[in-house]
Design a binder for this molecule. Structure first.
Ligand code: CA
Length: 232
């Protein structure tokens, strides 16, 4: 099977074992030891599944799960939680917060691979085409194609991710900080100009439809389906 699996696990031996076995099964793997870093990469890299340890430095597994489930783009992400042997309580809490499956340590790596594959088989048919449409803007994340009306947009990977993120949140004001965190995958460190530069390029590529990305003074940007009344 193919796809990207994000692994957040602070124990190096387990992390390496999980990575090795998933890669051997044909998956791409991005692995992180720290909850905060893992969550940032998760929002930036759009994995197909998440293998999540509960006890982590930085954000813990339950906090991560809560954020994953509250964000529309990742709400349906298949998540397997790894729990310590005696942590029955954690197991229960994991389900309450929306884990799809769990494994108790120590677990068989083969079992983990089988569970990931099973979750992906279950998740994929339900995902539908996954095409996002906002007015004339159309984004197909699976095919990695974007268009505006009949015109195909030629975008850099970052521009594509930015447009896809806008399209997942039509009409919602997105702050530069949020865009940095969820599209670029890093915390706000004062480089919000990066966002402005990419929005400018994206608008240039939208050409006559560039007003669909509105600037909301003091707040950020939003993608709207059409011009406001009185505008063309
Ligand atoms: Ca741990």
């Amino acid at each position: 099977m193919s796809g990207l699996v994000l692994v957040i696990e602070d124990e190096k031996e387990i992390r390496d074992l999980v990575r090795y076995n998933l890669e051997h099964a044909g998956f791409k793997v991005a692995a992180f030891a720290d909850g905060d870093q893992g969550l940032e990469r998760l929002f930036a890299s759009r994995p197909d599944a998440l293998v999540l340890d509960l006890m982590l430095p930085g954000k813990n597994g339950l906090e991560i799960l809560r954020e994953v489930r509250s964000e529309p783009a990742t709400r349906d992400l298949p998540v397997i939680v790894l729990t310590a042997r005696a942590a029955e309580m954690d197991k229960l809490l994991g389900f309450e917060h929306g884990a799809d499956d769990y494994l108790t340590k120590p677990f068989s790596p083969r079992e983990l691979v089988a569970r990931v594959e099973a979750l992906l088989r279950r998740a994929r048919p339900d995902r539908g085409p996954g095409i996002l449409e906002v007015g004339p803007v159309r984004v197909d994340p699976l095919a990695h194609e974007a268009s505006c009306g009949a015109r195909k947009l030629v975008l850099t990977p970052r521009e594509f991710e930015l447009l896809a993120f806008f399209a997942r949140h039509p009409g919602r004001v997105l702050s530069r900080e949020e865009l940095l965190r969820k599209v670029w995958g890093y915390d706000y460190v004062g480089e919000t100009r990066t966002v402005d530069v990419h929005v400018r390029r994206l608008r240039a590529k939208l050409g006559p439809k560039q007003s669909l990305i509105e600037t909301v003074t003091g707040a950020g940007y939003k993608l709207v389906p059409g011009p406001r009344p009185g505008e063309r």
